[in-house]
Design a protein around this ligand. Structure first.
Ligand SMILES: CCC(=O)SCCNC(=O)CCNC(=O)[C@H](O)C(C)(C)COP(=O)(O)OP(=O)(O)OC[C@H]1O[C@@H](n2cnc3c(N)ncnc32)[C@H](O)[C@@H]1OP(=O)(O)O
Length: 702
């Protein structure tokens, strides 16, 4: 790490915060604008129906842009049509494929034409519920091409969750596939899931367009229900030369809605503005990932249903003109823990992005790292300049271990970079830049420049435009080194959201109200050390982080409460060695005689687990259930004190109940905490004796 690098990154941040207009105007020049913005940042005040007024802002408000044009057409017009845009690698179907920019353009404009012919117009919402296949990306870009708004729902969500999102954003059409393929399991038919979701939802999209996969087909396509086969639609459009050109949108118009878990059951519809998103992501992929254009390859092992997938599988690599690897597989089991390293070698990946959970899984299956070593020894990791980790806190040991392994077997100067962000921010809030000169002297060739190393345990320093502060519960700034709430100063930088879909009041309530509109509350807690490195230590609210997926405790509680015998449920995270956290449920049964056992019967356990899997999705499967009466502490206003139960459960996992738990003064009855402690002790004692049985109960799938 050189002092110069450190200094440049600090300078870039300072420039972006002190003179955002100048900084972002410069970044905007790298894109094609259908109408060049004359204003970079417009600040205003928004008055809500409740009478509250808060600061608001818009980036490049009078500009007009087509993100699709910048992702595809621009590169073809620049003579890069022959370069690869997408590598598709699917070990679960034994398929490999690739699309050049020219081929991608052809596919996207035909689909865009067909969608438009089917009545989709600018400003309409189109939803996608898709596995990780190229058509999912083609669909996303086609929707963008005609100025419509996409909303991608993760393919692992259950029908209820899909229905909830359909009702929230009322899509005119739904793009889906006949099946998803999860690891080495049989294909999962999407037909019953989608049809169930559409039977539950109040809103019904006019059309459901189905990508038929050979592994499991959607049978029969019901034309009366508005179902159409994607491939047939394309064949027909192609035969008639139907295609669509790009429809630009105003910079401050929405290009997508992405739902994120809130503290209550209803997900929040985060909005992304056209101009800010393109400008901010273009900077982020070059400045942070050191990906600049043709010849560069990124591999982001996520899913397009999550924000990391939106930003770094789809948009950022294509905005840069690089190639993106679309991987339909798991880090392990497809076929083994060599999968990620094979991909790096095969596609000459320069930058890889994944979640710590994936590396833990690889380490579990390949404890001696023999796969990585094998690929490394034959030079297969030579191109890999960086391994980015996000989605959950990376334990320092993972960072150090992979840093050493890549130094031993990888590129001459590899970097393992933890970075912290959220669906709301759209791009990393903290990280270390691999290409620090980019933000300042864009034209300098800095690929050989050595970037600063991370401090393992910290998620790096602020990225351009993010004004990070640590404050106490009253919003007062805390000195360096003190733990507190991590907040962001306004305006948020261009990739970030600035409101929620049709719910400005919730935006205020969820993000600004806590600190009277002065700061945006990230929901995370941590500290900034003396060198300016941010350490994100814990979540402040009731959002769980399972395998780097954010899940709502409230949403899981709702599913559990649907059980006829459950009177009350409270869900908290329990630490898990592989997935970081798992949901853990406290239940009170409504039976007249309450069972004395802390572990529920096998039947109830399986029924509750099944409700969670069917209503939220298998990714939310519970890691344990404890039953008891009068054990859920509440505030005087009746809110469950999940944080108290979380601390007690953590003590239980560590087998140390002597540790103090923080009980807020607002607790209604402090003796309930003692009841909970005793029940948890009982649970862990019983579980110790009946480990296999309890494990089997919780894993039983009805
Ligand atoms: C980079 C930051 C991010 O983008 S975070 C978002 C991406 N997260 C990750 O990539 C996390 C990496 N984790 C993993 O790859 C897996 O969790 C590992 C560790 C391999 C464990 O796999 P597994 O045991 O199947 O657990 P899981 O949590 O993936 O899945 C739990 C159950 O849900 C299911 N599931 C998952 N995804 C889908 C999907 N797209 N469609 C349908 N079902 C899905 C899984 O099959 C699994 O089901 P089951 O419980 O085995 O029946």
């Amino acid at each position: 790490m050189t002092q110069e690098d450190e200094h440049i990154q600090d300078e870039v941040l300072r420039h972006s915060l002190e003179d955002p207009e100048d900084f972002w105007a410069h970044q905007a020049e790298h894109l094609y604008w259908h109408k060049h913005p004359s204003t970079v940042l417009r600040r205003s005040q928004r008055k809500l129906a409740s009478g509250v007024t808060h600061d608001s802002w818009e980036w490049f408000p009078d500009g007009e842009i087509s993100t699709c044009f910048n992702c595809i057409d621009r590169h073809v017009l620049d003579g890069h049509g022959h370069e690869v845009a997408i590598y598709y690698d699917s070990p679960v179907t034994n398929t490999k494929d690739q699309y050049t920019y020219q081929e991608l353009l052809d596919e996207v404009r035909v689909l865009a034409g067909a969608l438009r012919e089917g009545g989709v117009k600018k400003g309409d919402v189109v939803m996608l519920y898709m596995p990780m296949i190229p058509s999912a990306i083609i669909g996303t870009l086609a929707i963008n091409r005609i100025g419509a708004i996409h909303s991608i729902v993760f393919g692992g969500f259950a029908p209820n969750a899909l229905a909830q999102r359909i009702d929230a954003c009322r899509p005119v059409a739904l793009l889906t596939a006949s099946c998803g393929i999860e690891g080495n399991k049989p294909p999962i038919s999407y037909q019953p899931l989608v049809e169930e979701a559409l039977s539950i939802s109040v809103h019904k999209p006019r059309r459901t367009i189905i990508w038929q996969r050979d592994q499991l087909r959607w049978h029969p396509v019901n034309k009366d229900a508005g179902q159409a086969t994607w491939q047939q639609m394309i064949r027909s459009a192609r035969a008639r030369n139907v295609r669509a050109d790009c429809v630009p949108t105003k910079s401050n118009e929405t290009i997508y809605i992405i739902h994120t878990s809130g503290t209550t059951g209803a997900p929040k519809g985060v909005l992304r503005d056209a101009g800010g998103h393109a400008v901010g992501l273009h900077l982020s992929i070059s400045y942070l990932l050191n990906i600049h254009g043709p010849g560069d390859v990124t591999f982001t092992a996520s899913d397009i249903g999550w924000i990391v997938g939106h930003s770094y599988i789809i948009y950022a690599p294509l905005l840069a003109g690089a190639a993106t690897v679309v991987y339909e597989g798991k880090p392990i089991g497809t076929p083994d823990a060599s999968a990620f390293w094979r991909i790096v070698e095969e596609y000459k990946v320069n930058s890889m992005f994944t979640a710590p959970t994936a590396l833990r899984a690889i380490k579990r299956d390949d404890p001696d790292n023999k796969f990585l070593a094998e690929v490394g020894k034959r030079g297969g990791l030579r191109t890999l300049k960086a391994l980015f980790l996000a989605g959950e806190r990376s334990e320092p040991t993972i960072i150090s271990m992979y840093q050493e392994l890549l130094e031993q077997y990888g590129a001459p100067d590899p970097h393992v970079i933890d970075n912290w962000w959220s669906t709301e921010s759209g791009s990393p809030i903290t990280a270390r830049s691999l290409s620090p000169h980019t933000g300042k002297h864009r034209k300098t060739n800095i690929r050989e420049h050595s970037p600063p190393l991370l401090k393992p345990g910290s998620a790096g320093k602020a990225m351009p435009g993010f004004d990070i502060r640590i404050v106490d519960d009253d919003g007062k700034e805390l000195p360096r080194g003190d733990m507190g709430n991590i907040v962001l100063g306004l305006p948020l930088p261009p990739t970030s959201f600035r409101t929620l879909w049709e719910d400005e009041e919730r935006f205020w309530r969820s993000y600004l109200k806590r600190f009277n509109g002065k700061w945006m509350d990230t929901g995370d807690a941590g500290y900034i050390d003396a060198d300016g490195y941010v350490h994100v230590m814990a979540r402040n609210d009731d959002v769980l982080n399972v395998s780097a997926h954010r899940l709502s405790s409230g949403g899981i509680e709702q599913a559990i409460a649907a059980h006829p015998l459950v009177a009350e449920a409270c869900v908290v995270p329990i630490p898990d060695a592989l997935k970081g956290q798992l949901p853990f449920a406290f239940i009170t049964l409504s039976t007249s005689e309450h069972p004395t056992d802390a572990i529920p019967s096998a039947e109830i356990s399986a029924e509750i687990q099944s409700l969670v899997r069917r209503q939220v999705g298998a990714i939310a499967s519970l890691g344990g259930i404890i039953q008891g009466k009068g054990m859920i502490p509440k505030t005087r206003s009746g809110k469950s004190l999940r944080r108290v139960l979380k601390e007690l459960v953590e003590n239980g996992v560590q087998g140390d109940f002597s540790k103090e738990v923080t009980v807020p003064s607002t607790v209604e009855d402090a003796s309930v905490v003692d009841v909970a402690r005793e029940k948890i002790k009982e649970y862990f004692a019983q579980k110790g004796d009946r480990h296999a049985e309890v494990d089997g109960m919780i894993k039983a799938k009805l």
